[in-house]
Design a binder for this molecule. Structure first.
Ligand code: SF4
Length: 491
């Protein structure tokens, strides 16, 4: 265990994650009271603020490894100075460098994109990423190329006048080992799924009324796995949207059909017919193998076969669905680089239009974290070599990276990257990741976001509201969910 002892709490949400990134297998605790700590931590890091003068970083029993940090009244400047010094100290201690340097947030591209939108030159953005945030050459290149792609795809979407609609269906056939979403096995809700769909319908009606003054550009059905519902259930919700919302500006409607064991021809046909009713070629389907190795699928609790994945894909193609995303996860238990190569080869055979490459993240609410004692002896391999296999597969399929984000506690402290054949990029992914415009989100556990430009701060800010995660509570308190939205969208 590593303890970080602050003389007063400040920047702990920046300092803690950076220490964790250098010591991924250690527990890191933050304290202000040294005496309350563990009896024998492996290391203690002291962070001492001398307000108005300096900040000192020091390991217990050692001289400060870096000079004390001069104070700045500009909080961002002070934060960056602390993170750079801490990075050097941790790098010295561990002999490691991190590809994303001192950047610990989830959106490394945002900095580059914001600078680009402000008209800064590419060279200056490169300098910003490398000198201010210590980002590696390679990741600087990735951030710049993704930011350029996003800038070209997002600039004609008016940030004030448009919005996206997210519809959450919190059911799955079974729950995956690493899942931290608010999803439940659909078999446990028999008899109540209809009530959920009715609550969703009511919330959609209210949402539509609240957003009449804006143009809807993308719809995303996620969860959960929306195709866990019957063909009738899916059609009912999609028809309600088609009937009520103005879809004349709609550019994309994604449906997550993540689990092949939830897909059949009747459901895919129902979805495709509704896409066609909403506007030709707006449909995007996500079929998510995560891995094409059967032993891993069994281990992570996905009760289907690799053949099911291929069959689902073939069905979608046969009925004419021409924009399919596949998600894979790197760092799954016991997977070697050869396993990842096998997955990559199989995905190339499927020839999707999008490939989203995730690095396994240890989410606190997942079974993987909660039952860690049971899983700790498995191996979790990820790194540049494995990422390169996935990147190579994307390149072979003619894809380019178009969005990128990070999560806390990711294996290898790397990133998730969305690749797409040019012209087939998932618009919603970019809009949500860059906090581009309003997201009206309905369904249990769904989080809505209202964006506004803050003149005083000179930047875009957001107000969020969340629906309750518990499905029965959501159904019971649906009017309250609608009121929560009114509070942020009609303010
Ligand atoms: S398919 Fe996705 S939402 Fe469903 S259990 Fe697996 S990780 Fe969770």
């Amino acid at each position: 265990m590593i303890e970080i002892i602050f003389n007063s709490l400040d920047f702990e949400n920046d300092i803690g994650p950076l220490v964790r990134a250098f010591f991924p297998s250690e527990k890191v605790e933050i304290r202000t009271d040294e005496a309350a700590g563990a009896e024998d931590p492996q290391k203690k890091l002291f962070v001492t603020f001398d307000e108005g003068s300096s900040v000192t970083l020091k390991w217990e029993g050692e001289k400060p490894a870096v000079d004390s940090i001069p104070w700045s009244d500009e909080r961002i400047e002070l934060k960056n100075r602390i993170k750079r010094s801490l990075y050097h100290m941790l790098s010295q201690e561990t002999g490691k460098d991190l590809p994303w340097g001192a950047l610990t947030g989830i959106r490394p591209v945002k900095l580059a994109l914001t600078a680009m939108m402000e008209g800064k030159k590419e060279e200056d953005i490169k300098t910003l990423l490398q000198s201010e945030y210590l980002v590696s050459d390679e990741k600087t290149g990735v951030a710049l190329s993704v930011a350029k792609k996003e800038a070209s795809l997002l600039t004609d979407i008016d940030r004030n006048e448009t919005y996206s609609l997210y519809v959450g269906v919190p059911f799955c056939p079974t729950i995956c080992l690493y899942c931290s979403f608010a999803s439940s096995p659909i078999s446990e809700f028999s008899g109540r799924v209809e009530a959920y769909i009715e609550a969703l319908k009511a919330e959609l009606t209210a949402a539509c009324d609240m957003m009449r003054h804006k143009r809807l550009v993308s719809v995303y059905f996620g969860g959960g796995t929306p195709t866990s519902l019957s063909a009738e259930g899916i059609s009912y919700i999609m028809d309600h949207i088609i009937k009520n919302f103005d879809l004349s500006h709609l550019r994309e409607w994604t449906v997550e059909a993540g689990r092949p064991d939830s897909i059949d021809e009747a459901k895919l046909l129902a979805i495709k017919e509704r896409w066609e009713a909403a506007g030709y070629r707006i449909g995007r389907l996500s079929i998510n193998p995560q891995t094409m190795n059967q032993k891993t699928l069994d281990l992570i609790g996905r009760r289907h076969t690799t053949e099911d994945i291929v069959r689902a894909f073939e069905t979608a193609r046969r009925i004419g669905i021409d924009n399919i995303n596949t998600d894979i996860i790197l760092g799954l238990p016991e997977e070697t680089i050869d396993d990842v190569r096998h997955t990559a080869d199989e995905i190339i055979n499927l020839s999707p239009e999008n490939l989203t490459v995730h690095s396994l993240a240890m989410k606190t609410k997942s079974r993987l974290s909660l039952q860690w004692d049971e899983w700790r002896n498995y191996t979790y391999r990820n790194g540049d070599g494995i990422m390169a296999v996935a990147r190579g597969a994307a390149e072979k399929m003619g894809m380019e990276p178009y969005y990128l984000y990070r999560q806390k506690n990711m294996a290898g402290n790397l990133e998730n990257t969305g690749y797409a054949i040019p012209g087939k990029e998932g618009l919603y992914n970019m809009l949500i990741m860059e906090q581009w415009h309003d997201i009206m989100a309905v369904g249990a556990g769904a989080a809505s976001r209202k964006m506004y430009y803050d003149n005083e701060m000179g930047s875009w800010q957001s107000r969020r509201c969340e629906n309750v995660k518990n499905i029965d509570e959501y159904i019971k308190r649906i009017e309250e969910m609608e009121d929560r939205k009114r509070m942020i969208f009609l303010k």
